[in-house]
Design a protein around this ligand. Sequence first.
Ligand code: NAI
Ligand code: MG
Length: 330
Amino acid sequence: MSAKPYQVAVIGGDGIGPEVVSAALKVLEATGIRFDFQSYDAGDACLAATGVALPEATLQGALAAEAVLFGAAGNSAADVILRLRAELGTFVNLRPAKAYAGVDCLHPATDMMIVRENTECIYAGHENVLTPEVTIATRVITVQASERIARFALDWAGQHGRTTVTAVHKANVLRKSDGLFLACCRRVAREYPALKYEEALVDSVAMRMVLDPGQFQVIVTTNLFGDILSDLAAGLIGGLGLCPSANLGPRHALFEPVHGSAPDIAGKNLANPTAAILCGAMLLRHLGEPQAAARVEGAMEQCLAAHETTGDLGGKLSTEQAAQAVIKRL
Ligand code: NAI
Ligand code: MG
């Protein structure tokens, strides 16, 4: 265990963001690991109060911290989270989707990691209006980013006992851009002879994920396909309230639930804190505290199995009670 407390920047944001983040912080504190949590503002409420959705102090706080825990932003999400991911240089968006005992889901055999490229593709921001009736968007795919994400996925698979990595693409149509992505994945995969490397078209993967998700262990893909397939994966295991994610780069790491600010249930102590608590476990693992991470995950799994959950999963607990239930089982 580290002698000095870990410096963690906390950005609750809007809607249920602060509620689920507060639940996750209580669980993190209950592990006994020492943290120095610094809270920062961002999001719609911050925009209304100060005129900016992502204040400079928040950005500097995130850059200075050892890790960032983020809740959710509302309508300003693109100005907050996309900018944070870019400024922190987090080139990977790691999105696990794992079915849990006790949670009603489509496929109990689901246990996959989606490794999404986080910096380019159609989300690179090159959209133009040519005429009022014609718009274009440019898809950016580079060797540097493609090789980097392929290497990350293959390393991750090797380090986590997975045997197969699937590169997901649409190179039969996007011959140049996804052709390049695929060539990079193939080249890097040759450096990992112990792993089975497969390639699959994104549309067929969408169907196969619904019919038989157990066939996928690690998916590596470009930004847009990763965004869509990870929400599909969330649907397979029981919904957005369960899915954490990690944005990782060479220097910085930001952890956030996949869900948004859920204005329909905000302020009512109803939000499911599972995704945020599992973000806390990913944060612990990133900081080099794998045992504490496993304790949090184990306690969370026990609560789900015992139906000690919020209403979205059929349970009777409030957000705060759900966090206390996890703490009791730590
Ligand atoms: P959402 O994820 O906020 O909500 C979708 C549905 O899932 C809602 O019915 C909500 O009640 C439910 N839900 C989400 N998280 C839940 C939880 N932890 N427990 C229980 N139920 C939960 O997505 P939506 O409605 O599309 O967007 C709402 C706002 O969130 C928008 O302003 C959007 O821009 C923002 N957003 C922000 C994101 C971010 O900050 N990273 C990501 C996605 C959306
Ligand atoms: Mg998304």
